[in-house]
Design a protein around this ligand. Structure first.
Ligand SMILES: NC(=O)c1ccc[n+]([C@@H]2O[C@H](COP(=O)([O-])OP(=O)(O)OC[C@H]3O[C@@H](n4cnc5c(N)ncnc54)[C@H](OP(=O)(O)O)[C@@H]3O)[C@@H](O)[C@H]2O)c1
Length: 322
């Protein structure tokens, strides 16, 4: 039987908003939205919103037992990789404890959990990676994401995990992702440094949301790599983005990851092989040019609504530092 009631957790994040839009506009399911902020970023008449902190077991239990979802889609996480490295207790509490709370609440009703993990579960020595390759996280963020996967694997309820990487896209009010940061910087004429030794598939958030929807509709379980169609290094992606928006590529300087002295180590030769998802879920992720065209039209549509034809619309900063 196809699911009827869907709970979207982390609905205010970039992916959460894309998943919300897709499910609200494209299905007849009953939808409940939930995130930690006091209100939904974009109010959706078709769905209720409940404030829940995933780390508070009682709140999660209350939400799940009152709404009784057939499926929970978890888009919430502490996603700032460097903050996860320095604020380890909090990172574990959100990224692992939060998932354990969902599992405990879902177990009573045999609810399916759809969760999102990351290429950071791999060490980036020998990418691109297939689903069955051995995880070896370098960073604390990667460790929390792997632990969240393991919690689901051993939970004894139906689960679907999508590993993804370098999400980009535009949603009003969503946090600044790499692509938005770059756009905002180049529009202001700011010089930026972008690493040319990190490889992977930039992923349009809308494509991942669609992959999750297919997973839900087809009742799939297991791990799936859902990511963009092309593997490039971050500098090349930045140049293609600048060209797509007619911005000055001379403002972008290639650097090495080691030059940035970031707190968290990054997987360098990463990338996700998406063949299983393409075959089983019937999806065709966007190429970079296709993705950037969609990204550009999302921004243009928003600007038109706001009546401004120049600036990239403001998005939230790097999120609250809890
Ligand atoms: N972004 C990427 O490049 C990337 C790559 C690989 C995997 N992923 C995974 O993809 C998923 C979605 O990522 P995203 O980029 O959409 O993230 P995002 O924009 O940061 O959204 C995450 C959402 O979760 C919320 N949240 C954080 N702590 C919470 C808590 N305790 N209770 C309830 N909500 C909480 C955040 O609120 P605040 O903003 O207020 O903190 C935010 O609205 C995550 O699982 C992430 O790990 C992302």
């Amino acid at each position: 039987m196809s699911p009827r009631r869907i709970l979207i957790v982390g609905s205010n994040g970039l992916l959460g908003q894309k998943v919300t839009e897709l499910f609200v506009r494209g299905t007849n399911y009953q939808i409940m939205l939930s995130s930690i902020e006091p209100a939904s970023v974009f109010p959706v008449a078709e769905a209720q919103y409940t404030v829940v902190d995933l780390t508070v077991k009682k709140q999660v239990k209350q939400l799940v037992s009152s709404f009784e979802p057939d499926v929970i889609i978890n888009c919430a996480a502490m996603t700032n990789v460097d903050a996860c490295e320095t604020e380890r207790e909090l990172a574990w509490k959100v990224n692992v404890g939060g998932v354990e709370n969902l599992i405990e609440a879902a177990r009573r009703a045999d609810t399916r959990i759809v969760h999102v993990s990351s290429d950071y579960v791999f060490d980036g020595k020998n990418g691109p990676y297939a689903e069955e390759d051995r995880p070896e996280p370098l960073s604390y963020y990667g460790k929390t994401k792997l632990a969240s996967e393991n919690a689901l694997r051993t939970a004894g309820l139906p689960w679907f995990i999508a590993r993804t990487m370098v999400l980009y896209g535009f949603s009003p009010g969503a946090k600044v992702n790499f692509a938005l940061w770059l756009l905002q910087s180049l529009e202001k004429g700011t010089q930026v440094k972008v690493v040319d030794d990190q490889e992977g598939n930039p992923t349009l958030a809308d494509d991942l949301a669609y992959g999750l929807m297919r997973g839900v509709e087809l009742g799939k379980t297991g791990i799936y790599h859902i990511a963009g169609r092309e593997i490039v290094n971050r500098y090349d992606f930045a140049v293609r983005l600048a060209k797509a928006f007619g911005l000055d590529i001379g403002l972008i300087t290639p650097v090495k990851t080691a030059d940035l002295h970031q707190p968290a180590p990054r997987p360098l030769k990463s990338g996700l092989i998406t063949l299983k998802a393409e075959t089983d879920l019937g999806i065709t992720p966007s190429t970079i040019d296709e993705g950037l065209t969609i990204f550009k039209s999302q921004i243009t549509r928003t600007l038109r609504r706001l009546g401004d034809s120049n600036a990239v619309p403001a998005a939230r900063g790097s999120g609250r530092r809890r």
